[in-house]
Design a protein. Structure first.
Length: 438
């Protein structure tokens, strides 16, 4: 029996950026199966050359309006690594708090506004307002909590102000910490209804053995530090990121692809869940049990479910961090002013540094080479979505062989849902400029 399939989705909706899905199968032969990234690159790596490490985070956080704080933190970590600066424990705790807020804000956006319409049979989040008004209001309420807490911690969520090389220009007061705790407590009240809604989602059945890559350390659910680990036994330092990502070009994408031990790997919430499950907060494990998730989970559609599990962890761990800071009290003398510590100048030297941070869509790398004045000589950014692209296409190839008996509309929706499940941030990932020589 012949198997024919033709899917052509121009400008996939409910993702950040622009991408096409093209699938062509004739008589059971898959002639084409591509996620075409068509967006132009923006050359941030060239843009930062010649700039000071003390202004870099204000530039690199503009790479993305969704993971703005994540880019800022990866940039700061790379700069500090290059000059050999070790941040204080207080600074690290506040950075973890900021990263939790970033991941929460993005996960809530994806769960409710981008993925839920598929699960509830709607074309958009706007259409949900008529049938699931409480859920939409809940999502907006949780996002507002994230934005308000970010404003307290770093001035604003999109393009943060006070997080910088050396620490923070403003150290939160006791009143600030109490206000942030209030916001996290408010979010906590909305998590169980979020879980109950998710339990009504019917995720498509799909499984493909995949390599998962995430930060890992022995003390916590790794987001800000650790070794780069995979479920296939890889354990490397972040300084070896090039041998981990092995980026390469494909003709149908302005974003690079990546691979590790095989043809592809996956980063993001599901990868972190599979690598670091044992370090999750008990309430997050409860959420995983309710969603019938155990590692290793090999269904990419369940990346959205993994985000829900992570939301429980991020809220609980944030409250724990704030309570420890309240108990100990914050040290205002650590405030950084224009790249200088009030008590001691941050010593700058030539070097190379790598930042590796778990942002909403997965493991983000920034690498800088700086001169003795702290000026950027070269920069490299490896984006989570770029690392996921090869894996998405291999998932799509397997899916193509499974949906030939579906209607055109049903098959197309399954491909769209698969790409959306990865929560791609396409604008961040574009790095390749096509040049035709004549």
């Amino acid at each position: 029996m012949s198997k024919n399939l033709s899917v052509n989705v121009e400008f996939l909706t409910r993702v950040e950026g622009h991408g096409h899905i093209v699938v062509d199968m004739k008589n059971g032969v898959l002639n084409k199966c591509e996620l075409q990234i068509v967006e132009a690159p923006r050359f941030f790596e060239a843009m930062v050359r010649g700039r000071s490490i003390f202004e870099l985070q204000h530039i690199t956080c503009r790479i993305c309006g969704i993971c703005s704080c994540g880019h800022s933190l990866a940039s700061i970590q790379a700069a500090e690594d290059a000059i050999g600066f070790t941040p204080s424990e207080q600074t690290l705790q506040l950075r973890k708090l900021l990263l939790h807020l970033e991941n929460l804000d993005s996960h809530i956006l994806h769960i409710y506004m981008l993925a839920a319409p598929d699960m509830l049979g709607k074309k958009s989040a706007l259409a949900l307002t008529a049938t699931h008004g409480d859920a939409v209001r809940r999502a907006l309420r949780m996002k507002k909590c994230c934005n308000d807490a970010c404003a307290v911690l770093v001035g604003r969520h999109v393009h943060p102000i006070s997080s910088t090389v050396g620490g923070f220009t403003k150290i939160p007061s006791e009143a600030d910490l109490l206000e942030m705790r209030k916001q996290f407590s408010a979010m906590k009240q909305d998590l169980l209804p979020t879980l109950e809604l998710a339990k009504t989602f019917v995720f498509p059945e799909f499984h493909r053995e995949t390599e998962y890559v995430a930060l890992k350390n022995d003390s916590e659910y790794a987001l800000l530090s650790g070794k780069v680990s995979s479920n296939r036994g890889v354990l490397k330092d972040k300084s070896e990121y090039k041998s981990i990502t092995n980026e390469y070009l494909v003709p149908h994408s302005t974003a690079k692809h990546a691979k590790l031990t095989g043809d592809s790997y996956m980063v993001g919430a599901l990868a972190r869940f599979n690598i670091n499950y044992e370090k999750l907060h008990p309430l997050a494990k409860y959420a995983a049990d309710e969603l019938k998730m155990k590692p290793v989970c090999s269904n990419p559609y369940l990346n959205t479910a993994a985000q829900i599990v992570e939301c429980f962890h991020f809220v609980e761990d944030s409250i724990h961090i704030i309570d420890r800071l309240l108990e100990k009290g914050t040290d205002k003398s650590e405030a950084v002013i224009v790249g200088l510590n009030e008590n001691e100048v941050i010593k700058v030297k030539a070097g190379r540094g790598v930042g590796a941070v778990e942002v909403p869509r997965g493991l983000l790398y920034h690498c800088y080479e700086v001169d003795e004045r702290g000026t950027i000589l070269s920069a490299d950014c490896v984006i989570p979505t770029g690392q996921n692209l090869a894996n998405i296409e291999l998932d799509m190839r397997q899916l193509a062989s499974m949906v030939c008996d579906k209607t055109q509309e049903e098959a197309t929706l399954l491909f769209e849902m698969m790409v959306r499940a990865y929560d791609p941030c396409i604008s961040c990932s574009t790095h390749v400029l096509e040049v035709d020589f004549v």
